[in-house]
Design a protein around this ligand. Structure first.
Ligand code: ADP
Ligand code: ZN
Length: 664
């Protein structure tokens, strides 16, 4: 077996003459500049684009926000014919196509939301060679009628987006993806590029095999998302903790809150709304119309919070999602990374925040034990959960742990932008505490037929004479009250960490705690048990200590104060354009582009065209409008004049309260 290395087969490059490379390069760069208004490719993009333009197949692993779209859009623009994009995200196709059209790209889609005439028109455009890109869902692609249509036109490239959906054991499996291997058989001369943001080595290999791309070249970008701050806090009162987090750090920001159940999604959305945070629910139990409406609001409004199950989020390419919060423990690190990756695609500071507690561990362990599936399935689920728990309980850099999980090299010095780097957790020798807890578990086990959860064990350790303790004479046990040196929260932390370390296990439908094979060594004093200290008042304390004072407006972050008025005016202008056209604001210009405009302060169309994110079409559409906004602010003066302009007076913008959303 060949094995799946990072870079393997180089098929597809051999047939291209060396001399052609330069020409391809410059055609690609020209398209990048003209259409997207960008100066240079990022990281692996250049190599990928060159390879695909030359006719090679590629499997691309790049984190969310890494810039995957350009990897197929540029080849589709440079090669003759239409690029076919296979995507599972029907609900987002219209938005994707709108965004491309705003750039002057001839894009279309075919899916069940269209009526007959619309579809006919798209088909005609495709056959006439008038489309650069055509988006299709896999279930439509495999229809004979679609395959027939495609064979009558010219295809430049097949892009298989969200390629991890082909992985049968993955978290987003879509059976229709399995049929995509036929593309290579039917169109052996058309290059294919499969892209995903989520893949361990095993998934990576599965993608390659199932899509039938044995000779594809593999590209793996760094998975690091340095602008995302990872934080995991002990769960006490999750909804209140969430509210405090939002108020202190993300007031007015757009974000996603993930909950495990539909019920808690509804309740959390309600709770936030009642407390002044605009929030809407999203889960598979809501009707399609409501879901579409909530998703559309999230994309179009600037400060909306969506509270959702994992049903929400794939393909959401809103660049300014400022936080992703988890109120419950995700089932795997892949899932967690995929979900948190939806924050900060614009590379501005963002937060991935999670509350996590003893009950999460017990719940998940119980679910796996009592769930469906054979032993192998259960073991796999258990393995996924164990990795997730290890991430939660680590005293080391969270980012380092994440990168290592995906087989990448972390910085041994830590990242400086996760909770454990910012406030290194103290560890303590928990051996005696562990022995006390395990001994209590042993004592209770002797009471055959009775099932006691973690709560009873902790009550006994603390010497609490609760009704249930008295009922079962547990105050008579020799272990009663032997744990008074720790508080209840600390004992819950001990239980959680013993579960995470495999020194305790969960059994049966009541979630009874039982010993494991490894527990013996601790009870016999043969093994030490280092534990993480539970912070006294975890959530709030940490938030305030690190970033709480900063006003959480990443969009305006690091912009010199005197440029804020221009930035805000540009945002207000953009909001108006977006409203008129019914598109999300970021389709007009990204925040990053507006920041650069405010900084450079162009005074001519030519100067404006030099700014990153301003391509030909946007320059033609919005150039005059942007220049008028700037001229209106400064009375036609350049930024130097701005510097000396008085900060007070009637015309001054209230720079001390940068609340951009008020302008929208
Ligand atoms: P992904 O699909 O990998 O999540 P996108 O393709 O949506 O990422 O790109 C993420 C963001 O980065 C987008 O806003 C995109 O415009 C921007 N971007 C991508 N490539 C470049 C580049 N070469 N130069 C400047 N911006 C880029
Ligand atoms: Zn770190």
């Amino acid at each position: 077996m060949g094995g799946t290395g990072v870079i393997e087969g180089m098929a597809g490059t051999a047939d291209t003459g060396v001399t052609e490379t330069g020409a391809t390069d410059s055609a690609a760069l020209a398209a990048l500049h003209r259409v997207f208004g960008f100066d240079a490719f990022r990281g692996e993009q250049a190599a990928i684009v060159e390879h695909v333009i030359a006719g090679g197949d590629a499997v691309v692993l790049m984190p969310t926000g890494g810039g995957k779209s350009l990897c197929y859009q540029i080849p589709a623009l440079v090669r003759p014919g239409t690029g076919i994009v296979v995507s599972p995200l029907i609900a987002l196709m219209q938005d994707q196509v709108d965004a491309l059209r705003a750039l002057g790209v001839r894009a279309g889609f075919m899916n069940s939301t269209q009526d007959f005439d619309e579809r006919r028109m798209t088909e005609a455009e495709f056959l006439a060679g008038e489309l650069d890109l055509l988006y299709l869902a896999p279930e439509r692609l495999r229809l004979d009628s679609t395959l027939d249509l495609l064979s009558r036109g010219k295809i430049s490239v097949f892009a298989i987006d969200e390629a991890h959906c082909v992985a049968q054991w993955g978290h987003d499996f879509r059976p229709d993806y399995l049929s995509l291997s036929l593309l290579g058989e039917r169109w052996p001369d058309v290059p294919r590029i499969a892209l995903t943001a989520t893949a361990t080595r095993a998934t990576h290999k599965e993608i390659t095999e199932r899509l039938g791309m044995p000779s594809a070249r593999h590209f793996e970008a760094s998975f690091d998302r340095p602008n995302i701050q990872y934080r995991i806090v002990p769960k006490t009162e999750p909804k209140k903790q969430l509210l405090a987090f939002l108020r202190e750090e993300h007031a007015g920001d757009a974000g996603i809150v993930y909950c495990l159940s539909r019920n808690s999604v509804e309740k959390t959305a309600e709770f936030l709304s009642r407390n002044g945070v605009e929030a809407v629910p999203y889960h598979a139990g809501l009707d399609a119309g409501t879901r579409a409406a909530h998703q559309s609001r999230f994309l179009r409004e600037e400060g909306l919070v969506v509270v959702a199950t994992i049903a929400f989020g794939m393909g959401i390419d809103k660049p300014d999602v400022r936080f992703v919060a988890h109120l419950d423990l995700p089932k795997s690190v892949e899932g967690y990374y995929q979900e948190t990756g939806r924050a900060g695609r614009d590379r501005l500071p963002s937060t991935a925040w999670m509350t996590y507690g003893l009950n999460d561990v017990i719940q998940q362990r119980k679910l796996i034990q009592s769930g469906e599936g054979d032993e192998a399935f259960r073991r796999r689920a258990q393995g996924h959960l164990d990795s997730m728990l290890a991430l939660c309980e680590t005293a080391r850099c969270r980012r380092g742990q994440l990168l290592a999980y995906f087989g990448q090299e972390p910085d041994p010095a830590g990242c400086g932008n996760c909770d454990t780097c910012l406030v290194p957790p103290e560890t303590w020798d928990g051996t005696v505490a562990a022995q006390k807890m395990l001994s209590t578990v042993v004592r209770l086990k002797r009471e055959r037929g009775q099932k006691f959860g973690a709560g009873q064990i902790i009550d006994i350790l603390l010497g609490k004479r609760t009704a249930k303790v008295i009922q079962f004479d547990h105050d008579q046990l020799s272990v009663f009250g032997i744990g008074e040196e720790l508080g209840e929260g600390e004992w819950r932390g001990v239980a959680r960490q013993l579960l995470a370390q495999g020194l305790l296990a969960v059994e049966g439908e009541y979630g009874t705690l039982v010993l494991t094979e490894a527990s013996g060594a601790v009870l016999r004093r043969e093994q030490e048990v280092p534990l993480r200290k539970e912070p006294e008042r975890p959530a709030a304390a940490k938030g305030t200590g690190t970033r709480g004072e900063r006003k959480a407006k990443a969009a305006a972050a690091e912009l010199p104060e005197e440029l804020l008025p221009a930035f805000e005016a540009l945002r207000a202008w953009r909001a108006e354009q977006a409203r008129e056209q019914g598109v999300p604001a970021y389709v007009i210009f990204h925040d990053a582009t507006l920041r650069e405009i405010a900084t450079v302060w162009p005074t001519s169309v030519g100067q404006l065209g030099g700014i990153s994110g301003v391509g030909e079409k946007k320059l033609a559409t919005y150039g005059e409008g942007v220049l008028a906004v700037l001229a209106g602010l400064s009375g036609g003066a350049a930024p130097e004049a701005q510097d000396t302009a008085p900060a007070s007076g009637e015309d001054a913008w209230p720079t001390d309260e940068p609340e951009p959303d008020d302008w929208i």
